[in-house]
Design a protein around this ligand. Structure first.
Ligand code: ASP
Length: 269
């Protein structure tokens, strides 16, 4: 539903890469048998999360990428998504970030397009904060039988080289689920989340006995202090305790505990 709404940075609402293409990433994991499936840089598929689920259920693999992921989705009959309109493509190609690491990717892309080779740019030391706009979607869930699951779906960050893949389709980075420890779904700058394998780092702390709030706080703190990363997470323990927290200024989220009304907010601290 969220992928089809156009309100989030996932599915039809996904950000475009600098060449005007909409390449999407998604992953899903279940905690009983530790099965997982993911797609990266998939195009023109209405529900990338369903493609990820079918990779898990039907292929025996964990991750399919690019054109072959798109072909797989077509083969299993997944609904198509219209390509970005010419106006959307033009807007993506003409984006001009003013400063920081995003501007660096943009300059690199321009140089590559002009056919320059061997141009050296040093990697950025800090990661740009995501501008407050459409957000990636993720979910964690616990069913009556004690089975945990985590999933996430995204269009990536606001300025990215064609072919860039973030944390979302990487199991242990963007998502992780283990019935004996917990389930985690991440959002934020993938370049920082990947380097600390954040979803697995949180799950490992849960397995070692930490509660969801403290496990999440410890890992988010080290992400911020060690590599100036930016992220938010949903964390659910096998006993139903959960935490939602972010180092970004805001993060839309909601939860339902099985009775009463669902709670929806755009800040969790
Ligand atoms: N984590 C996603 C990525 O880096 C982006 C996001 O969560 O907003 O691709």
């Amino acid at each position: 539903f969220l992928e089809a709404s156009g309100l989030f940075n996932a599915g039809i609402g996904s950000r475009l890469q600098l060449d005007g293409r909409r390449r999407m990433d998604a992953s899903i994991m279940e905690g009983r048998r530790l099965q997982a499936g993911a797609v990266a840089a998939i195009q023109q598929v209405r529900h990338p999360i369903t493609a990820a689920r079918l990779v898990m259920e039907q292929t025996g693999h964990v991750l399919l990428v690019g054109e072959q992921a798109t072909r797989f989705a077509r083969f299993v009959g997944l609904e198509c998504q219209a390509p970005p309109s010419p106006a959307q493509q033009l807007a993506a190609r003409s984006v001009q970030p003013l400063a920081g690491p995003l501007r660096r990717s943009w300059r690199l892309y321009k140089a590559m397009r002009r056919g320059r080779t061997g141009r050296r740019l040093s990697p950025p030391r800090t990661f740009a904060r995501l501008p407050a706009e459409r957000e990636t979607v993720g979910a964690v869930a616990l069913d009556r039988s004690g089975r945990l699951a985590a999933g996430a779906s995204t269009g990536g960050i606001s300025v990215m080289l064609p072919g860039r893949v973030g944390d979302t389709p990487l199991i242990g980075c963007g998502v992780y689920a283990d019935d004996e420890a917990g389930a985690v779904s991440m959002t934020g700058i993938g370049e920082s989340i990947i380097r600390l394998a954040v979803a697995k780092a949180i799950t490992d702390r849960l397995a070692a006995g930490a509660g969801p709030g403290s496990a999440l706080r410890q890992v988010l703190n080290s992400l911020v202090t060690r590599i100036h990363g930016t992220a938010g997470a949903l964390v659910l323990a096998p006993d139903g305790r959960f935490a939602i927290r972010h180092s970004t200024s805001r993060m839309c989220g909601g939860y339902w505990t099985g009775s009463g009304s669902p709670v929806i907010r755009d800040r969790f601290r």
